[in-house]
Each structure stands twice: as C-alpha cells, then as structure tokens.
Design a protein around this ligand. Structure first.
Ligand SMILES: *[C@@H]1O[C@H](CO)[C@@H](O)[C@H](O)[C@H]1NC(C)=O
Ligand SMILES: *[C@@H]1O[C@H](CO)[C@@H](O)[C@H](O)[C@H]1NC(C)=O
Ligand SMILES: *[C@@H]1O[C@H](CO)[C@@H](O)[C@H](O)[C@H]1NC(C)=O
Ligand SMILES: *[C@@H]1O[C@H](CO)[C@@H](O)[C@H](O)[C@H]1NC(C)=O
Ligand SMILES: *[C@@H]1O[C@H](CO)[C@@H](O)[C@H](O)[C@H]1NC(C)=O
Ligand SMILES: *[C@@H]1O[C@H](CO)[C@@H](O)[C@H](O)[C@H]1NC(C)=O
Ligand SMILES: *[C@@H]1O[C@H](CO)[C@@H](O)[C@H](O)[C@H]1NC(C)=O
Ligand SMILES: *[C@@H]1O[C@H](CO)[C@@H](O)[C@H](O)[C@H]1NC(C)=O
Length: 653
C-alpha cells in the first residue's frame, strides 16, 4: 500500500515539473554554420529575464540555452530583452554542420524533457542557410574602387530598417568592412548610397580569429597565404602584368613568340592585375606574352604552378634582370588544372621578401576557351587545413634508430691471498619476554616462539636463503635477563650482517650482538645482485660454476617445508610448473571456472599458480602414470587439510 502511494507521489512530481516548463515551438529549425541565427523558443515556465537580479554575474540565473550535438555543446546566447516567461530568444554561435538538440535550463535547473516530442527541439545547421562569399570582382584596385561581391547573400536590407527583404526574409546587413575599413553599400547600378544603414557584416568560411579579428583584404596585402590563386605584380612602377597579344598567330614553337613585336600583325596589349585571366570566348588562334615582376610577400620557399588553355611556358629570373630568366614550368598541351603534369610545377624556389623577380609567360591558344592561371605554394604558413582548403598540413616522418648492448661486467681478482685462516662469525641473540608461552613469537624467517629451543632456532635459521647452503649452530643460555641464543655460522664467508628480527607482541625485547666478527678464509666469494647474495663461489671457480651461481638468483625455489614428491607422505602434488600448456588448453583439468585459471608469473615458489580455484582436488584427477587418484583417505593422509591451508596462506592457490 505504502509503495503504491510513493509511486503516485513520484508521478505527480514529474507531472508537475513538466507542466511548469515546456517548449511548444522553436523557430527557425535550420540555420547558418557561422552562427548569428536568431532562435525563438516559445513555451511556458521560462525565467523572467528582466526581473530584479541580486547577483548579475550569477551564471545559473535566468534562462540558458545550449545546443548539443553528438560531439559538441555550444551555448546559444540569450537575448534578455526579448525573453520572458513564454519566450526565449537567443543567437547561435558558429557550429559545424550537424543536428543539435536544444537544451534549456531555467535558473540553473537543467531540464532535458521540456519538448512535447523530441524532434521539435532539433536545430540543424545547413549550407543553404549559411551566407558565403564566392568571389569578388575586381580583386584589386585603388581606394574607391567599386567592388561587386558574389555569393549566397540573403537580404538586400541594410541597417536598422526593419522592412522585409525583397525575397521576403526578415534579415538585414548590420556591418560591412573591407580591409578593416567601413565599406559603403550601393544600390545596384547607381551611385546612391544606402542610407539609414550603419554597418554591414561580411560572413564567410574558415575565418581565423585566434590571433586577431578576421579581416577581409581586398586590394590589401595578402601574406602567409598558401596557394593564393590571385597574384599581385609590380611592373614599371605599376601593378599587374603587361599582356601582349597577337591575333591570328600560329607558331609551331612557343619561343617563336620572342620574334614577334608591336609591328607584327594582330598585335594589341593590355594590363591585367589578377589571375586567373579568362579571354573572351570568341578569341581563337592567338599567342600572348605576359611580362612583369613577382614581388614575394614574404621570404620563403615557393613553388609556382602554371595552368593555361592551351599551352604555355613560365620563365622566372633570379633578379629583376630579364636576361637571367629560366624556364621554371611549362604545360605542353591542354589539361584541366595545374595539378595534372609534373612540368606544371616549378622546383622549390627560395625567394626573398619584397625583391622583384622578372617573370614572363608565353601562351598559345588554338580553339575554344582561353585562360591563364598561376598558383603559388608557400612552404611556411600559419594556416591549417581546417581553416582553408588551400592549406596543406605538414607531415613529418620521425624515424628513430637505436643500438642495444648487453651489459658486460668484468670481475677481476688480483693478488688473491692464499692460506688465510678463517674465523667463524658468532652472534648473541638475547630474547627477553614477559610471556613464556608459545603464543608470543618473533620472526627470523618463520615465526619462532620466544620459548623456542636451540634446535628450533637452528632449524629456522638454516632455512634462510641468505645462509644456505651454509649452516649455523645454535646453543641456548638462560639468565635473569632472558634467553641467549649463541649462533655460530659454519661458513667460509666470514662476516655476516647481524640477524634481523621482527616482534609480534608488545612485551618482548630482542637484541642481537656480534660476539666474534667472522673473517673469510678467502676460499669463496659471493656476488650481490640487487642486494641478494649468490651462494658462495670458490675463488678458482670455473665459468659454468659462476654462471650457475648467478642463474640461481633468478630461480624460484620452494621452501623445504613444502614436500614436492608424491609418495607415502604426499598423496597428491601439483605445482602447475611443467604442464602449463596442458593447464591452459586441457578440457579435463584447471580450465573450468571452479577449477581455477592457470596464471603465469605469479607463483609463490614457481612461475605458475592457479587463480580462483574452488576445487583443488577431485578423485577423478589422473596421476602422471595415467591412473586416477581415486578417493583419498583422511585417516591415512591426515595432513591434507593443513597442506592445503599452507598453500593458501602462501598464495600458491
Ligand atoms: C601593403 O604593403 C605596402 C608595402 O609593403 C605598404 O606600404 C602598405 O601600407 C601595405 N598596405 C596594407 C593595406 O597593409
Ligand atoms: C616598327 O615599325 C616602325 C616603322 O616602320 C619602326 O620605326 C620600328 O622600329 C619598328 N619597331 C620594331 C620593334 O621593329
Ligand atoms: C584581336 O581579336 C579580338 C577578338 O576577335 C578583336 O576584338 C581585336 O580587335 C583584334 N585585335 C587586332 C589588333 O586584330
Ligand atoms: C627553404 O628550404 C631550405 C631547404 O629545405 C631550408 O633550409 C630553408 O630554411 C627554407 N627557407 C625558409 C624561409 O623556410
Ligand atoms: C642569376 O642567374 C644568372 C644566370 O643564370 C647567374 O649568372 C647569376 O649568378 C645568378 N645570380 C644569382 C644572384 O644567383
Ligand atoms: C650474551 O649476552 C648476554 C647479555 O647481553 C650475556 O649475559 C651473555 O654472556 C652473552 N653470551 C655470550 C656467549 O657472549
Ligand atoms: C623491554 O625494554 C623496555 C625498555 O628498554 C623495558 O621497559 C621492558 O621492561 C623490557 N621488557 C622485557 C620483557 O624485558
Ligand atoms: C680450486 O682449487 C682447489 C684447491 O685449492 C682444487 O681442489 C680445485 O680443483 C680447484 N678448482 C678449479 C675449478 O680449478
């Protein structure tokens, strides 16, 4: 009953919230990738933007609109003056072509379920709602030049005039700039300025405003540009190239053009100041010669591309002197653009900024259309492929070579003394403890009870890897201060570090004192690797003895307490070391969930171990000889449980 009541309350709360804020319409649903599309969101329950606000810089206050695609989240800047309880007006920012969900949050409370149906709240950026400039004509000229801008332009209304555009769209130009200077808009085919308007916005693609506001340079200086299709030339103090044309000329070789002059039939000339140059369609069978200077806008490595209809040669001088010109590119027959033939592309030319280089183009036209075009590729630019299709990102291939050398160390024994008398190390371990029972223990290797006998301590110490294969002899004395274990090291090595100890239990004191400092008899030596000593190596050891002593350092060995042979004492032994592939692939054993997964490199005293095993032994397991083990009698093998226990605590299973 109570559960039902809660569910009802929850539903009620949801319903309340939906009722409070909702979006009923969004307009327009498509817009420009360049932003500045004004979105009107109609609905209910929005914040009253113009109400009194205590903290004007509070980010959470009021209505916030976010346009969210699969990869981006872009704010839509809310226009407070036109926003109230039933309407939000916001301006989009530049956003790539995509679908964007409209998310509205009111006073910091996001609500993604405001739309009556989800497709209502989708805004899409499309090319056909994106204003663009396709071309300018002319692309250069002195101040005061009348420039015609071609492109996808949506309105012929300027300034604050609110009349609809002649195409019925309610949009208008706000600002117009060229080269950072305001630019007056004219009525077509008249000198009449558009009055009432103040500003005009020129919008386009790939404007980079990272370093400075985007500028439209017309007749200005273009620098740092890749592959600029427009060339700027200086000639005899002027700007552009001198174009000389000979109508009705059909030389067999382009170099014949050099024999033509002003007196040759069909001659006429003209200045051109931009590329590409397109000849009137009706002109056929003529030759041209372009002469002028190329003044690089920046010092750098340039590649020049040549393209014409039908064939042409490009000559460039290393200075302003025409006599030093060399052919740097040519196109022997018609091709569609300047990427078709290797000869259309010059070598990389290292050119200096502001230095005039004499250039000359010879061109011949047969029938059809006639054009000439130059492309310029500059190796250094701040532009990237994302900003303009004309940029090519640099690709660097980094190769790294290295040599691997195995470490080599040489151990040399000079003047090895003979007949040195050794002295055995003796240490006095004093243990005093207020508790005498076996529960109080200390540890050298495995825990030793404080009340241990000399033989117990001796066995424990002889199990230490740092002492093996040498041994110790332990005697015990008792005094009022406690137990004293006198440890004598039976070793040629001589000196040993004082024994380390740990105490489990508070009221036990242990001191270790060196009674006799050992001295080696120089019959053996040990090598340390990572702080671990090898077993003692005879001073005159052979190569293989040293090698095996060092290899022993990397071997895994099990403590002696772990009996490793099946027999009368051990009914079942498996260390997982020798049959790894069998472990991994066998369908019989150790590869199903409750029998565990064999794991490499994580053994306690070997390489392999078994992980997450529930079952350690089944009577159906087979022995090495192929028989099944059968049931194990716990009367005969009472240690089964404790062996398993030892394995578990040691982490072998
Ligand atoms: C273009 O370059 C010339 C010479 O370098 C300079 O005098 C002129 O001011 C530049 N014009 C612009 C618009 O930057
Ligand atoms: C062109 O003809 C005129 C008159 O015949 C002559 O004076 C002039 O030198 C000629 N020019 C050239 C470049 O041959
Ligand atoms: C060259 O041909 C063009 C186009 O046919 C024509 O307009 C022009 O007058 C001709 N010029 C001469 C010098 O023949
Ligand atoms: C031009 O290329 C050469 C050779 O690759 C290079 O040494 C030089 O720095 C380049 N110059 C510029 C201005 O990038
Ligand atoms: C320019 O080219 C001419 C002819 O190829 C050559 O003699 C001259 O040394 C060159 N000058 C420079 C500055 O490279
Ligand atoms: C061991 O040390 C204790 C106390 O420090 C001392 O009484 C005892 O004589 C020492 N035993 C030997 C053999 O040095
Ligand atoms: C251990 O040493 C501390 C201080 O040295 C002493 O107070 C304590 O009584 C000693 N404990 C035993 C069991 O000797
Ligand atoms: C090392 O010297 C001992 C005698 O000092 C000798 O018995 C042994 O064979 C020698 N070993 C080698 C490998 O030369």
């Amino acid at each position: 009953m109570e559960v039902k009541w809660k569910a009802a309350a929850l539903l009620f709360a949801l319903w309340c919230c939906c009722d409070a804020q909702r979006i009923t319409s969004v307009s327009p649903r498509i817009g420009s990738v360049n932003g500045a599309t004004r979105l009107t969101i109609q609905g209910d329950g929005f914040a009253q933007e113009r109400q009194f606000q205590l903290n004007p810089v509070d980010d959470m206050f009021g209505n916030r609109v976010t346009l969210v695609s699969n990869t981006l989240s872009v704010p839509c800047d809310v226009e407070r003056d036109s926003t109230h309880r039933n309407q939000i007006m916001c301006y989009t920012r530049p956003m790539p072509y995509d679908y964007y969900e409209i998310h509205v949050s009111v006073d910091g409370v996001p609500d993604n379920s405001m739309c009556r149906y989800s497709s209502l709240c989708i805004f899409t950026t499309v090319w056909y709602r994106t204003p663009t400039i396709e071309s300018l004509s002319p692309v250069s000229g002195p101040p005061g030049t009348l420039v015609t801008v071609y492109g996808r332009i949506f309105t012929d209304v300027y300034g604050s005039n609110t009349d609809l555009s002649s195409n019925g769209i309610n949009a208008r130009f706000l600002r117009s700039y060229m080269g950072g200077m305001p630019c007056d808009l004219l009525k077509p085919n008249s000198d009449e300025r558009i009055m009432g308007g103040t500003l005009l916005t020129v919008q386009g693609r790939f404007f980079d405003e990272t370093d400075q506001p985007a500028r439209v340079l017309v007749g200005g200086n273009l620098t740092n540009c890749f592959c600029i299709p427009h060339f700027y030339f200086l000639c005899e103090g002027g700007r552009g190239l001198k174009m000389e044309v000979w109508n009705n000329s059909r030389p067999s070789s382009l170099s014949n053009i050099w024999s033509y002059n002003k007196n040759t039939t069909g001659y006429w000339s003209q200045w051109i100041d931009s590329m590409p140059y397109v000849f009137p369609r009706e002109m056929d069978y003529f030759t041209t010669r372009f002469t002028g200077f190329f003044v690089p806008p920046a010092t750098g490595n340039y590649t020049i591309y040549l393209n014409c209809d039908d064939r042409c040669d490009l000559y460039l001088s290393n200075s302003s002197r025409p006599e030093n010109k060399v052919k740097v590119a040519y196109q022997p027959y018609y091709v569609i653009d300047y990427t078709q033939l290797a000869s259309q592309k010059s070598q990389v030319l290292a050119l200096e900024k502001d230095k005039p280089y004499y250039m000359e183009i010879l061109q011949q036209e047969y029938g059809g259309a006639a054009t000439i075009n130059l492309g310029l590729f500059q190796g250094e630019s701040s532009y990237t492929e994302d900003q303009t299709d004309d940029a090519v990102n640099e690709v660097q291939d980094i190769g790294a070579d290295y040599d691997v050398f195995d470490e080599e160390q040489v151990v040399t024994f000079d003047m090895w003394p003979a007949n040195v008398a050794g002295v055995k190390e003796v240490q006095n371990v004093t243990v005093s403890s207020s508790c005498s029972d076996a529960l109080c223990s200390s540890a050298f290797f495995t825990p030793i009870a404080v009340s241990a006998s000399a033989a117990e301590v001796e066995t424990a110490l002889n199990g230490l890897w740092s002492i093996k294969p040498d041994t110790v002899m332990v005697t015990k004395q008792q005094s009022s201060e406690g137990s004293h274990f006198i440890v004598t090291f039976n070793s040629d090595r001589g000196d040993f570090e004082p024994l380390h100890f740990e105490v489990f239990g508070s009221d036990t004191n242990i001191t270790v004192a060196e009674v006799t400092k050992g001295r080696g008899n120089m019959k053996t030596f040990t090598l340390l690797w990572g702080g671990i000593p090898t077993k003692p190596i005879p001073f005159n050891a052979s190569k293989s003895e040293v090698q095996s002593a060092l290899e022993d350092l990397m071997k895994a060995e099990c403590p002696g307490e772990i009996l490793s042979f099946e027999g009368t004492d051990v009914k079942y032994f498996k260390d997982f070391e020798n049959d790894n592939s069998f472990l991994l692939f066998s369908i019989h054993q150790f590869n199903i969930a409750n029998e565990g997964t064999p794991v490499d490199h994580s053994g306690f005293c070997g390489r392999w171990s078994l992980k997450n095993a529930e079952i350690l032994f089944k009577d159906s397991y087979t022995t090495e000889s192929g028989d099944t083990y059968g049931p194990v009698s716990l009367d005969k093998h009472p240690m089964v449980k404790s062996i398993i226990y030892v394995f578990i605590v040691n982490g072998i299973v």
